[in-house]
Write a protein of this length. Structure first.
Length: 283
């Protein structure tokens, strides 16, 4: 059963517990592996954000740099040029869901917060640019710290190595003054993990609860599913929903996905099965 946590979002809160939350992916990039170029214009991004919220998204995650294998890194200014028009447009449209900024750069995180972002989502877990932890602490921002360790010893147990990495990330956060209560952990499916390790990790997610922190899972359309099934990213929706249910059954709180409606629906079934259904709706 997922434990309950409360994240502080300025003057509001985000409740994590048995009710799963869906984070809709909004890539303001021309080259993301699955939806690159689909939503990098502000008007298209607004339409997609509203569509995802209507389908059940609780959080909108905006990113301006692709992390697909082989993607070139972009500078801070190029990333800002991509995300700031989208963040400004989302703020002006007053969408109902909080926005997270998917970045590892302190300057991007700071300006995104000024534009209304409520959550930081760092694929390097504060270990690429530790100054981002200072930004998060200054604003008391909920921060998602992902595992992406290219230097880990692959001969050692993956959970043992992941725990070592997370301990360092959490220490960076706490040294900066960020409350532990504002931290979410993401095991980083697809990031410096072998094909086999992704599925091993999915089977062992419950071992990450020893940190006493909420978990986010992002297995949406990942290449491990393509290698398993021999299909293209946009053909991996059903497979993604299987990973979502398996992760929920192991106590995961937030699910970062491209396909909101499908994942929202399977999570409602999983929750109803585990905790009992709500009153029946008219059909």
């Amino acid at each position: 059963m997922p434990k309950s946590f409360t994240l502080t979002l300025g003057d509001s809160t985000l409740e994590l517990g048995p009710t799963p939350l869906v984070m809709g992916i909004l890539n303001a990039t021309p080259d993301s592996f699955s939806d690159g170029g689909d939503h990098n214009l502000a008007k298209d991004a607004i339409a997609q954000a509203k569509r995802m919220i209507a389908e059940g998204a609780d959080i909108i995650d905006v990113g301006g740099e692709s992390t697909r294998p082989g993607a070139e890194e972009v500078g801070a200014q190029a990333e800002l040029d991509r995300v700031m028009p989208v963040l400004d447009a989302l703020s002006e449209s007053q969408i109902s869901a909080p926005v997270s900024i998917d970045t590892y750069k302190a300057i991007v995180g700071h300006q995104a917060i000024q534009a209304g972002a409520k959550i930081i989502n760092d694929v390097y877990g504060f270990q690429r640019d530790p100054e981002l932890a200072d930004v998060a602490a200054h604003y008391n921002m909920p921060s998602i710290l992902m595992h992406w360790d290219r230097e880990r010893d692959t001969d050692k147990d993956i959970i043992t190595e992941m725990n070592r990495y997370f301990e360092k990330s959490i220490q960076i956060a706490e040294d900066a003054g960020l409350s532990r209560a504002q931290i979410v952990l993401d095991p980083g499916f697809g990031f410096a993990k072998s094909y086999e390790e992704n599925f091993e990790l999915l089977n062992r997610l419950n071992e990450l609860h020893e940190f006493g922190l909420p978990l986010l899972v992002g297995f949406s359309r990942k290449s491990a599913l393509g290698k398993l099934l021999g299909n293209e990213p946009k053909e991996r929706v059903a497979a993604t929903t299987a990973t979502t249910v398996l992760a929920y059954q192991q106590g995961t709180h937030i699910f970062r996905v491209h396909d909101v409606r499908e994942n929202y629906d399977v999570l409602q079934v999983a929750k109803a099965t585990q905790f009992g259904p709500p009153p029946a709706q008219e059909i």
